[in-house]
Design a protein around this ligand. Sequence first.
Ligand SMILES: [Zn+2]
Length: 129
Amino acid sequence: MSLAQERSLDATYRRRLTEGVLAFQQCGGGHAVFPPRPVCPTCGSRELAWAESAGDATIYSATTISPRDQDPYTVVILDVAEGFRMMSRLDGPDATSATIGDDVRVEVRAIAGGGDLLPLAALSTGVDA
Ligand SMILES: [Zn+2]
């Protein structure tokens, strides 16, 4: 794979973030591919199409960070409902109480204080199905 291809995939992913969309790829075999790459790591397919995540995810692992001059936040690895795993950041008042297996919602937004739009997680609050 060329560096140009890699940069192009990354540029597409980042452009979708600016539109508020968490994009991932799917191969013809139905495998979810994330982060973006030119070949499906599961089956080797090069026929990858972009798809949009609805943002439903479960915490796979969680580590709380307590910076000296900021509120604590939690770095999480998420199992996203569409079938891929990604790193994210969980903030909000309940972030430090998050545990493995908790349901979260991924939304593309800026961290409090500004900056680029990022896929950030928040705990799903007891909404019954
Ligand atoms: Zn595949």
